[in-house]
Design a protein around this ligand. Structure first.
Ligand code: B3K
Ligand code: ZN
Length: 891
C-alpha cells in the first residue's frame, strides 16, 4: 500500500542483472503465524558489472540475517527500503545466506506464501517470490533449487515442492521434513511449495520413449471423487505435446494441486502446478460441460508451459505474451485436436473468437489498451490480460496461417533448438519462425508493438466480360493511448468465392502464372495484406461470386464488408467455412439488433417491428437442418451478447440493448416454438452422463431451446423447465433449468433456488454457481446483490466467491449494473475499495469494469466518473488499482 504515485517501468530501460544466481538452497520452517526461511544462494557477477551493487527485491518480509561468504554483512554494507535490498562491495563469486520471517496467515493477497483452509500454498508469478525471501526476482535470473520443508507432521503430513523428492524423514519433535530438488534451471516465479492435509490420485504413465513418469492430482480429502477428469486431461496433454510438437515431459514426476483460494485459474510451477479448484474438481453432480472443457484446456495450458514458458522463459515481463500467447494457442489447438472433427474444430474456433470479441476488442478500444508486447507498466499483474493471452494467441496463429502447419512446426523446432534453457524475447520467437520458413517477417513485428484492433474494409468488383473478380482490402487502425498513428500491419486474409449454387469456386490469382487447371486450384486462399490498400485480381471467374472473407478468422481484425440480408442468409446456409457460416448469422442478427436498439432509443414501440422474417427464416433453416452439428447450431442460434452489441454502438444504452435482445429472443421463440420443442426432444441425452463433445453439444442445443421456450413464460414452458430441474442427473442440465426458471416468472423458482442451495451447500464451486446465476439474472438489481452479500456463505476474501457474485453482476448484468440512478457504480466503488485492502490483484480486476465509461450517455458518464474519482481518492490505494483507475480517468 502506498501514498506516493507509483512509477511506471519501461521496456526500453531493460538492463541485464549485475549478478547471476547459480544455485539456491532453501530451508522452510513452516508455521502459519511465523514462517522462517533460510536461503543460501551462490552468485556470479555478470560481465561488465564490476563495481555494481547487488540488487535483491523483498516485500512484506522481515530480514533476520544477511551473510556474505559466511560473514554477517554490517549495516554499512547494504541499504534496505522500498522493497529493495542493495548490497555493496560484493565479490565476483559469492555465497549469500539470507534468513527471512513471514506471516502466511496474514497474507490475504494470495501472492507469496499463504494459507488456505489450513494448508500452505505459494504463488510466485509474477513477483511473489520476493515475499518469501530477498532475491533478484526477475525472470532472466535462472537457477537450480534444492528445498527442505519442515513442519508439524500431523497438521502438514504432505510436503511438496518442485522437481524430485530426494529425501524425507522425521525430525523427532513432532515435525518431519522433505527435501526436493529441481534439476532444471528456472526463474524464481516458477518456485512453489505446498504443505498440508491433502490426498492424491496417482498413476504411472508411459511416455513414447518408454520412460515411466508418476502423475499425481492432489486435493482435500473429500474431493478424491472429482479428480479423474483432470488426470485424464493431463495424460491427453502429455501425449498431444509429444505427437504434435515432439516435446516430452522432462521430469519423472508431475503434480497438480488444487486450492480453493487462488487469484486466477492455475499456475505452471515446474513439476508442481497449482490450480484453482475450479479447474480441477469435476464429477457429473457438480460440474457442467463447460467446466469439463475448462479443466481440459487449463490442465493442457499449464502442462504446455513446461516447454513454452519454463524450459524457454521470458527475458522480462514485457515479453509475457511470448509464453502466454503461445501457450494459449497450444491449448486451443489441443482442445480442437481432441475433438477431432472438422465441425468440432470450427465450434472451438468460434468459441475462442467469441472470447476475443467479447473481452479483447473492448480492451483494445479502451483506456487500458496496450500492445501484445507492452512498452510500460506500473503493476505487472495488471498485464495478464486478454490482449497478452488471447490476442497473443491470434498472433501466434497467424504465423501458422502464413507458414502452414509444417512450417510452423519447423519454426517451433528451431525456437527450442536455439533457446532451450534461456530467457528470451518475442523477437527471438519471430526470428525462429522467419528463419525456419525462409520468410521476411519484419513487418509482422507491428502485431507486437501496435495496440488497437485493425479494421479491414472489403470492396469487390466483378467484370463479366473479362471474367475477372477484384477484391480490394484497405486497412486502418484507430489511435490508442500513446499511439496516435499506426503503420500498416501484415494481415493474412483467407478468402473463398461461392458460386450461385453455394459451391466454392477454384481460385486463380491473375498475378500468378499458370494455375488454370481448375481441378487443382485451391478454394481458400490466404491473401497477404501488407500495404494500406491492395487489390487482388482473380481470373476465370465464371459468374459473380459471393465472397467469403477472413475464413476461420484468419486475423484478429474487424471486417467491414457490405452484404445484403439475402447474401448473409446464403452464406449462412452454404459457406464451406463453418466459421463464416456462423459469422454470417451473427452479422444478420447484429444488424437487426442495432436497428431495433435505434428504434427503442427513439421511443418507438418494439411490437411494431415484430416481423422477424429475414432472421427468423435463417434461424428456422439452421434449426431444422438435421445435418448440422448440434454444438454448431447452438452457437449459430445464440444472438450476439449484450456487451458485443454495446461495442458496436457509439453511445451505449444498456437497457435498450437488453430490451431488444429479449424482444428478439421472444419473437424467435414464438415464431419457432414448435421447432424449439423438436430440438429440445431430439437432443436429449438419456443414460449416464458423459462430457464428450457430441453429448455436450446436444445438451447445449437442448438447453438453448429450453431458454428460448421459457422466454414465452407460459405454463407449459415453466413445466418443462421445472421437470428438467427435478429430473436432471447432471449439473449442466440442472443449472440450465434453474437459470431458465430464475429468469422467468415460474411459480417454482424461489423453491428451486432454495433447494439447490440446500443440496449443494457443501460444494464451494456449486455455491459459486448459485451466486453467479442470481447475480446475472434479469430481475436482480443492486439492492438484491447487496442483500446476497449478507448471505452467510458470501465472503469477499475468497476470490472465486467474490467473482461469483460481484464480478458476475458488474460484468454480466449490464442492464441492472448501469441503472440510471448510478447505484450500480456506487456498489462497484464500494467493492473495489473493500477488495483493495484485502487483495489488490482481485480489486484491480474489478476496477476494470468501468473501462468503457466514455461510451455511455453523458448522465451515466458523470455518475461513472464520480465513482472512479471516489476510488481514486481512497487512502492507501494499491498500485494495482491505482494504475487501472488513473488510466481510466485519463483516457
Ligand atoms: N502464468 C499464470 C498466470 C500468473 C498470473 C500472475 N498474476 C497462469 C497461466 O497463464 O498459465
Ligand atoms: Zn499461461
Amino acid at each position: 500500500m502506498r501514498t506516493d504515485t507509483p512509477q511506471a517501468i519501461y521496456r526500453k530501460d531493460y538492463t541485464p542483472p549485475s549478478y547471476w544466481v547459480n544455485t539456491v538452497e532453501m530451508g522452510f520452517d513452516l508455521d502459519p503465524d511465523l514462517t522462517r526461511v533460510a536461503t543460501r544462494m551462490t552468485l556470479s557477477r555478470n560481465i561488465g558489472s564490476r563495481g555494481k551493487s547487488l540488487v535483491l527485491y523483498g516485500e512484506s518480509l522481515e530480514l533476520v540475517q544477511l551473510r556474505m561468504n559466511g560473514k554477517e554483512v554490517g549495516k554499512r554494507g547494504y541499504t534496505l527500503g522500498n522493497g529493495v535490498l542493495e548490497i555493496f562491495n560484493v565479490p565476483a563469486e559469492v555465497t549469500l545466506d539470507i534468513e527471512t520471517a513471514l506471516r502466511p496467515n496474514q497474507n490475504t493477497s494470495l501472492m507469496g506464501l499463504y494459507t488456505s483452509n489450513g494448508n500452505f500454498f505459494t504463488q510466485c508469478e509474477a513477483e511473489g517470490f520476493r515475499k518469501i525471501t530477498f532475491f533478484p526476482d526477475r525472470p532472466d535470473v535462472m537457477a537450480t533449487y534444492k528445498v527442505m520443508l519442515r513442519a508439524d507432521k500431523d497438521k502438514y503430513p504432505v510436503l511438496l515442492s518442485n522437481g524430485n523428492l530426494i529425501e524425507e524423514g522425521d525430525l523427532g519433535d513432532g515435525r518431519h521434513y522433505a527435501v526436493w530438488e529441481d534439476p532444471f534451471k528456472k526463474p524464481s516465479y516458477l518456485f512453489a511449495l505446498v504443505a498440508g492435509q491433502l490426498v492424491c490420485q496417482e498413476e504411472t504413465y508411459k511416455l513414447q520413449s518408454g520412460r515411466e513418469v508418476l502423475l499425481q492430482v492432489w486435493v482435500e480429502e473429500g474431493n478424491l471423487d472429482k479428480t479423474q477428469h483432470a488426470m485424464d486431461s493431463l495424460k491427453n496433454s502429455i501425449r498431444w505435446d509429444e505427437e504434435r510438437f515432439g516435446l516430452e515431459l522432462d521430469l519423472d514426476r508431475f503434480m497438480i494441486v488444487a486450492v480453493g483460494d487462488f487469484n486466477m485459474g492455475a499456475m505452471e510451477n515446474k513439476g508442481l502446478n497449482i490450480f484453482n479448484t475450479k479447474f480441477v474438481l469435476a464429477n457429473p453432480r457438480i460440474a457442467t460441460d463447460a467446466d469439463y472443457a475448462g479443466i481440459e484446456s487449463v490442465v493442457g495450458h499449464e502442462y504446455f508451459h513446461n516447454w513454452t514458458g519454463n524450459r524457454v522463459t521470458c527475458r522480462d515481463w514485457f515479453q509475457l505474451s511470448l509464453k502466454e500467447g503461445l501457450t494459449v494457442f497450444r491449448d486451443q489447438e489441443f482442445s480442437a485436436d481432441l475433438i477431432g472433427t472438422d465441425s468440432g474444430r470450427a465450434v472451438k474456433r468460434i468459441e475462442d473468437v467469441r472470447v476475443l470479441r467479447q473481452a479483447q476488442f473492448p480492451e483494445d478500444a479502451g483506456p487500458m489498451a496496450h500492445p501484445v508486447r507492452p512498452d510500460s507498466y506500473v503493476e505487472i499483474n495488471n498485464f495478464y490480460t486478454v490482449t497478452i493471452y488471447e490476442k497473443g494467441s491470434e498472433v501466434v496463429r497467424m504465423y501458422q496461417t502464413l507458414l502452414g502447419r509444417d512450417g510452423f512446426r519447423k519454426g517451433m523446432d528451431l525456437y527450442f533448438q536455439r533457446h532451450d534453457g534461456q530467457a528470451v524475447t518475442c523477437d527471438d520467437f519471430r526470428a525462429a519462425m522467419a528463419d525456419a520458413g525462409g520468410r521476411d517477417l519484419s513487418q509482422f513485428e507491428l502485431w507486437y508493438s501496435q495496440a488497437g484492433t485493425p479494421r479491414v474494409k472489403v470492396e469487390t468488383r466483378y467484370d463479366e466480360v473479362a471474367q475477372s473478380y477484384m477484391i480490394t482490402l484497405t486497412q486502418s487502425c484507430p489511435p490508442t493511448p500513446g499511439q496516435p498513428n499506426k503503420l500498416p500491419f501484415h494481415i493474412p486474409v483467407a478468402v473463398g468465392l461461392l458460386d450461385s449454387g453455394g459451391r466454392d469456386m477454384p481460385l486463380v490469382l491473375d498475378s500468378v502464372e499458370g494455375g488454370d487447371d481448375r481441378s487443382v486450384a485451391p478454394t481458400t486462399m490466404v491473401l497477404e495484406l501488407t500495404e494500406p490498400s491492395q487489390t487482388f485480381h482473380f481470373r476465370n471467374v465464371r459468374e459473380e461470386p459471393v465472397p467469403s472473407v477472413l475464413r476461420n478468422f484468419s486475423a484478429p481484425v474487424i471486417l467491414d464488408i457490405e452484404y445484403t440480408d439475402a447474401q448473409l442468409a446464403f452464406l449462412m446456409a452454404n459457406d464451406s467455412d463453418a466459421f463464416n457460416r456462423w459469422e454470417a448469422g451473427q452479422r444478420l442478427a447484429m444488424r437487426r439488433m442495432l436497428a431495433l436498439t435505434e428504434a427503442v432509443k427513439n421511443g418507438e414501440a418494439l411490437d411494431r417491428n415484430a416481423d422477424e422474417n429475414a432472421l427468423g427464416a435463417a434461424f428456422r433453416a439452421t434449426l431444422t437442418d438435421n445435418a448440422l452439428d448440434p454444438a454448431f447450431c447452438e452457437l449459430a442460434l445464440t444472438l450476439p451478447s449484450e456487451s458485443v452489441v454495446a461495442e458496436q454502438m457509439d453511445v451505449v444504452h444498456p437497457q435498450a440493448i437488453h430490451q431488444v435482445r429479449r424482444f428478439l429472443r421472444r419473437a424467435l421463440a414464438s415464431a419457432l416454438r414448435f421447432q424449439w420443442e423438436v430440438a429440445y426432444q431430439s437432443n436429449r441425452t438419456p443414460g449416464a452422463y458423459s462430457p464428450d463433445p457430441v453429448s455436450a453439444g446436444k445438451r447445449g442445443l437442448k438447453n438453448l431451446a429450453l431458454s428460448y421456450i421459457v422466454e414465452l413464460d407460459d405454463g407449459d414452458a415453466h413445466k418443462l423447465a421445472q421437470s428438467q430441474y427435478d429430473n436432471a442427473n447432471n449439473m449442466t442440465d440442472r443449472i440450465a433449468a434453474l437459470s431458465a426458471l430464475v429468469n422467468s416468472n415460474a411459480p417454482g423458482k424461489d423453491a428451486a433456488l432454495a433447494s439447490f442451495y440446500e443440496d449443494f451447500k457443501q460444494e464451494a464451486l456449486v455455491v459459486d454457481k448459485w451466486f453467479s446465476l442470481q447475480a446475472m439474472a434479469r430481475h436482480t438489481d443492486v439492492a438484491a446483490v447487496r442483500e446476497l452479500m449478507n448471505h452467510p456463505a458470501f465472503s469477499l476474501r475468497n476470490p472465486n466467491r467474490a467473482r461469483s457474485l460481484i464480478f458476475s453482476f458488474c460484468n454480466g448484468n449490464p442492464a441492472q449494473f448501469h441503472a440510471p440512478d448510478g447505484s450500480g457504480y456506487e456498489f462497484w466503488a464500494d467493492q473495489v475499495i473493500a477488495l483493495n485492502t484485502i487483495n489488490p490483484q482481485v480489486a484491480a480486476r474489478l476496477a476494470r469494469s468501468l473501462d468503457r465509461w466514455r461510451k455511455y450517455a453523458p448522465e451515466l458518464q458523470d455518475r461513472m466518473r464520480a465513482a472512479l474519482q471516489r476510488v481514486a481518492a481512497t487512502k492507501s490505494l494499491s498500485k494495482d488499482v491505482h494504475e487501472v483507475i488513473s488510466k481510466s480517468l485519463a483516457h
